[in-house]
Ligand binder design. Structure first.
Ligand SMILES: [Zn+2]
Length: 384
């Protein structure tokens, strides 16, 4: 052990990244943005925003970027149908199997199950489960499931927002079924993690915290509003905390929300497992979001969540990929997030395009009032 391997320091870890090429086969097609419809007005149609290019770049930046020595690559696998039933109803799963058998269709707005999509969805679900199992089996503390199609909008009984199967929700349920008493899900995708919230809405064993753009309900597939008063039901009352952030919230606002709301709440909850649900659609350049995170903002989120894991869950942290639709910047922001998770002393990669101003003052005011509201009405936070 005399040689000085760069990764042998006790303060440096590897991130176990779970991936399977089969997830590239899901193709949501083209149209005007995510509509699937082309009225013929445009010469150049883009691909659907949830296309394989975005994830190919995430994959390549982890393989070829300066973070690559810190990555240990692991293979994903398809989920089995009984595994899907730990989060979804059999009626819903049967419906998807049937749609796939009949050649596919648009399930709800913007959400296309095409030939190849179902196999990719099974791979995304199984890959997230493998990543969680890796942690539960003690083979690594930090695992990242690089998966698509995304999952956090998928509810127990319906698809929504490009999502069919709730990959993170399945992983959380696996942790519970394996003996974890309390799991926290911190969702920083720019959209409300409504599917995950819905799945655990009546449970006090899973604290779901979602930081999102204040977009409210967007149709029948997404009836939840994401507002502060959706707090959970029954035993789960107070265990779904929504943090709707004003448009334009950037690095400082997210850092403030984590420091003021997320960190103290997680400290009171004392989870045995932490799941970070990441979407790079909170970045300043995302077509689906109106927030202003830069690479440094993502890096800080990674650092803060890592420090929560070190404090509460023996360093155990599962990261699950969700949205992020700018084909270049999503990859760079992912790189920065994982740099933060590694808690490296210096950034490994500079930001190629950060220049948008964010709205710090209004965000900070809103976060203060959300904190006051939580402390007034959530039993386990009262008097904080
Ligand atoms: Zn999103």
């Amino acid at each position: 052990m005399a040689t000085s391997q760069p990764l042998s320091s006790p303060t440096t870890d590897r991130i176990h990244v779970f991936w399977h090429d089969g997830m590239l086969a899901h193709d949501a097609g083209t149209g005007v943005f995510d509509s699937g419809i082309d009225p013929g007005f445009l010469d150049v149609l883009e691909k659907h925003p949830e296309n394989s290019d975005r994830v190919r770049n995430m994959l390549s930046i982890l393989k070829r970027g300066p973070i690559s020595p810190y990555i240990s690559w692991q293979s994903g696998r398809p989920a089995l149908i009984p595994e899907l039933l730990t989060f979804h109803t059999s009626g819903y799963v049967n419906e998807l199997v049937e749609v796939d058998r009949n050649g596919g269709k648009m399930i709800c707005a913007g959400t296309f199950l095409n030939p190849g999509s179902w196999d990719a969805a099974l791979l995304a679900a199984g890959t997230a489960l493998s990543a969680m199992k890796h942690i539960l089996d003690g083979l690594g503390n930090i695992a990242y499931a690089l998966v698509r199609p995304p999952g956090h909008h998928a509810q127990p009984t319906q698809a929504d927002g490009y999502c069919f199967i709730n990959n993170a929700g399945l992983a959380v349920q696996l942790a519970l079924d394996s003996g974890c008493k309390k799991v926290v899900v911190i969702d920083i995708d720019v959209h409300y993690g409504n599917g995950t919230a819905e799945g655990f809405y009546c449970s006090d064993k899973v604290l779901t915290v979602s930081l999102h753009m204040n977009h409210s309900s967007w149709g029948p597939s997404h009836p939840q509003s994401g507002s502060v008063d959706e707090l959970g039901d029954g035993d789960g009352f107070g265990y779904n905390l929504n943090v709707p952030l004003p448009n334009g919230t950037g690095d400082r606002g997210y850092e403030f929300a984590l420091t003021e709301l997320v960190v103290p709440t997680v400290e009171k909850f004392r989870p045995e497992m932490i799941v970070l649900v990441v979407g790079q659609d909170s970045s300043a350049f995302d077509p689906n979001g109106r927030q202003c995170l830069t690479m440094e903002g993502y890096r800080e989120i990674g650092r803060k969540v890592r420090s929560l894991a070190d404090k509460h869950s023996n360093g155990r942290l599962l990261i699950v990929q969700e949205g992020g639709y700018h084909v270049t910047y999503s990859a760079y922001c992912l790189h920065a997030t994982l740099e933060g998770v590694l808690d490296l002393p210096h950034p490994l990669l500079s930001d190629p395009i950060a220049y948008y101003p964010d709205d710090e003052a209004f965000s900070i005011e809103v976060i203060g009032s959300i904190k006051q509201y939580h402390n007034d009405v959530v039993p386990f936070l009262k008097g904080t």
